[in-house]
Design a protein around this ligand. Structure first.
Ligand code: ATP
Ligand code: MG
Length: 286
């Protein structure tokens, strides 16, 4: 089953303006249920514009978005359903925290869905668990939290709506390394425990290599590449031409290979690097 699908999705801001380049152009994409898809691309490549179509915040200029096999713009009911099907967490979601307590903030979405009080409580507890904020955070004002904690509270609010697809637009942007690592662990845990699809926009190639099942590369609004981590990062030269890069650890291994050492070049994460060095050492090749 597919979690979500786009067909030839095109978006022009200020449609009709002469010569305006489309922010998203002819993107056809299928996200499978339970899949973790990373979207990468240079600034302005259309990542945020693309994901804002998935829950009907933006309407396509051409093409369509399908949720559960249904075009979301087919009826008012279908758009409404898409809002619940896809949970969208914006860039810097902490600016949208507004309630007096963390608990109320996380409960806001489920409350809006008209769920019974006990179910809201269950979801708040579960979501705070996913993001690693214990009970002591519930009565706190969101404004008294650290940057990373605020970010996690805001993400918990989207998780509490139990969307089929969780979309996170650059969830680690602007955080320190510790805050970043916490968010990554949280995403992996959420995915493992819920089995639901996650769509993650990232600027960070290391992050992408570690998390993604598949990677979508946007370039000037178009889907320039779509494939596994291995398939995409094997095209380092093309990525470089698009202003992107490959993980630093991959660069190191390609360099070692070029120097004549018997290592594989297809090493994308630190874990894989350690494994590869062990393999080479065990074979006494170094
Ligand atoms: N509200 C808007 N009105 C007009 N043009 C916009 C609007 N939002 C984005 N754009 C333009 O659409 C294009 C795609 O922008 P978008 O924000 O989707 O890119 P992005 O890949 O998310 O970039 P970033 O990495 O900086 O977040 C850019 O040329 C941008 O200037
Ligand atoms: Mg963006």
């Amino acid at each position: 089953m597919n979690a979500i699908e786009t067909k030839n999705l095109t978006h022009r801001y200020r449609n009709g303006t002469k010569g305006e380049e489309a922010a998203v152009e002819e993107v056809s994409l299928t996200v499978a249920a339970g899949e973790l898809l990373c979207v990468i691309g240079h600034t302005g490549s259309g990542k945020s514009t693309l994901v804002q179509h998935l829950n009907g915040l933006l309407k396509p200029t051409a093409g369509a978005v399908f949720v559960d096999g249904k075009d979301i713009w087919e009826s008012k009911q279908a758009v409404r359903e898409a809002r619940f099907w896809v949970g969208l967490c914006f860039q810097y979601p902490e600016y949208q925290l507004f309630e007096e307590t963390v608990e109320k903030d996380v409960a806001f979405g489920p409350k809006n869905m008209g769920l019974p009080a006990a179910e809201i409580q269950r979801r708040v507890t579960q979501s705070l668990g996913y993001v690693g904020l214990d009970d002591s955070y519930r009565p706190k004002s969101p404004f008294d939290l650290s940057g990373g904690e605020k970010r996690r509270a805001a993400i918990a609010g989207v998780m509490a709506m139990e969307p089929h697809v969780l979309v996170l637009d650059e969830p680690t942007a602007g955080l320190d390394p510790r805050g970043k690592a916490q968010i990554l662990r949280m995403i992996l845990r959420y995915r493992a425990e819920t089995g639901r699809a996650v769509l993650l926009i990232s600027h960070n190639m290391e992050e992408t290599a570690r998390l993604a099942d598949r990677v979508l590369v946007l370039h000037h609004g178009r889907a320039a590449m779509l494939g596994t981590v291995r398939e995409v990062f094997a095209r380092g030269e093309e990525l470089r031409e698009m202003g992107l890069s490959i993980p630093s650890v991959t660069k190191v291994f390609l360099r070692l290979q070029a120097l004549g050492l018997p290592v594989r070049g297809e090493v994308f994460t630190q874990e894989e690097a350690i494994e590869e060095l062990r393999r080479v050492q065990a074979a006494r090749l170094l």
